[in-house]
Design a protein around this ligand. Structure first.
Ligand SMILES: [Zn+2]
Length: 461
């Protein structure tokens, strides 16, 4: 038996009403961690069991097949799998399929009565559209946390109606998602990085992010802000992810790298060691961002800058699953994503319209402030909610210029930082400031020495 939460029950009822009223294409917007798979499976189960409908559950990544299959198995839903390397069961009423495989076998398959597109913000890619257009009579249910495409096209071209679940803030409020603290100890300068297909170019990302200085910074802030917590690190590439794991291991923090090309048993074993707490850092490039669920994550380390609000929210969402003994998730953003896209629980407006017609969700995000002392990112407030630091705190704010969102350094904060430095007299002063800013120990000594040299030179002159 599947037990739905009350808001999931409402979403299911709203979708069924849409179907009854003749809107056969419905997209469900529900935050990562809100339980899209569960409510989608519930609908598939009902359609197959009670109405004897043929249902396809389509995913676009190999890793999501076994995940969906496991959910169906747990829920007692008999199903076949249509994907390379899996034996098929053509008689099963419910089929979990890879979009790539299904698109190739369309001619051989009996038409489905209902299709569920998981992560449906990718719709519009050729194979998705082909399947979509092939069965105009089918009931279609699209699932996504972020119903907009990177190219700005709204999902209104495909879907007639959108059913929305509670916001991230509401889910946190009701305990369905964990509260969090988000820190942005450093942010890369992405202004010169070229874009491809709506997101940063992969190679340029690696050049900017795959550096010992940035990885070392991530290790240091993990130690400082969430030592001993099980954290998933998000890298720009498999190689980068390996470097991250190596750096944590070198610092004595047990870390492992996992990716989609690994033997599934080896990957599952690594995940199991992470769940057991034997491994503290699980580093990956694209594996855990979308759909692939790892329980027991207490922290997320963002090292993959992205222009995709969707990817950002999914990565952060991995850490927001509530768990026994987990009071607050910790998000360490070394990618500047929170400064670009806002906080995970900002109120965002979703519509099925194209981007020109709707306000960009990122624009409707409230500006964020960053604590100069502890790097906490928060909505404008007189004091840092983390450490209470009350001096000018707006390090970065999001500003709209010519329709583009750009980060600006508030000059007030630069002034504030200079004033802090002018106030340092002794080496101990510099060390206190360095520690407060999370700098490496060598920084204070260097600053002190530079000032001392300058002073003695002035004396001599
Ligand atoms: Zn603070």
């Amino acid at each position: 038996m599947i037990n739905l939460r009350d808001y999931q029950t409402k979403i299911v009822a709203d979708c069924r009403q849409a179907f009854r009223e003749g809107d056969r294409k419905v997209v469900v917007q529900l935050a990562t961690g809100g339980g899209k798979t569960v409510l989608g499976s519930f609908m598939v189960h009902g359609a197959a069991q009670q109405r004897a409908l043929t249902c396809w559950w389509l995913v676009h990544r190999r890793e999501l097949i076994s995940q969906a299959s496991k959910t169906f198995y747990d829920m007692g839903i008999p199903h076949g799998i249509i994907a390379g390397g899996h034996a098929s069961d053509p008689l099963a009423r419910v089929q979990v399929g890879s979009i790539q495989t299904i698109a190739r076998r369309l001619d051989k398959m009996p038409p489905p009565d209902m299709i569920v597109f998981d992560e449906t913000h990718h719709i519009g890619a050729a194979q998705w559209s082909e399947i979509f257009a092939r069965f105009p009579q089918a009931y279609v249910l699209g699932l996504t946390a972020t119903p907009w495409r990177l190219d700005g096209r709204g999902l209104g071209q495909w879907y007639a109606r959108m059913v929305q679940g509670p916001t991230v803030a509401e889910l946190i409020e009701r305990g369905s998602l964990s509260p969090y603290r988000l820190f942005a100890p450093s942010a890369p300068d992405m202004r010169a990085v070229q874009t491809q297909a709506g997101d940063y170019k992969q190679r340029a990302l690696a050049e900017i992010m795959d550096k010992p200085s940035i990885t070392g910074d991530a290790v240091q802030h993990y130690r400082q802000l969430c030592p001993g917590k099980r954290a998933v690190a998000f890298a720009v590439s498999i190689e980068h992810s390996r470097h991250i794991a190596a750096e944590f291991n070198a610092a004595g923090i047990r870390a492992e790298h996992v990716d989609g090309t690994m033997d599934i048993a080896a990957r599952d074993a690594a995940v199991a060691r992470f769940v057991a707490g034997d491994t503290l850092i699980l580093s990956n490039a694209e594996l855990f961002g979308e759909g692939f669920d790892v329980p027991a994550i207490e922290a997320a380390i963002l090292l993959r800058p992205t222009k995709s609000l969707s990817l950002y929210l999914q990565q952060v969402g991995r850490a927001l699953r509530p768990a026994p003994g987990k009071a607050q998730a910790v998000i360490l953003d070394h990618a500047g994503n929170s400064l670009t896209h806002g906080l995970p629980d900002d109120e965002r407006e979703w519509t099925l319209d194209d981007r020109e017609k709707q306000r960009r969700a990122a624009e409707s995000a409230a500006p964020v402030r960053q604590c100069a002392k502890c790097f906490r990112v928060y909505r404008p407030a007189p004091k840092c909610p983390g450490c209470g630091f009350a001096a000018p705190v707006a390090v970065r704010e999001i500003e709209k210029r010519d329709g583009e969102l750009v980060e600006v350094d508030a000059s007030a904060v630069k002034e504030h930082r200079k004033a802090e430095e002018r106030a340092c007299k002794s080496l101990a002063d510099w060390q206190r400031l360095g520690a407060a800013r999370g700098y490496k120990p060598g920084w204070a000594l260097k600053q002190f020495q530079i000032r001392e040299q300058y002073r003695s030179r002035r004396k001599a002159a």
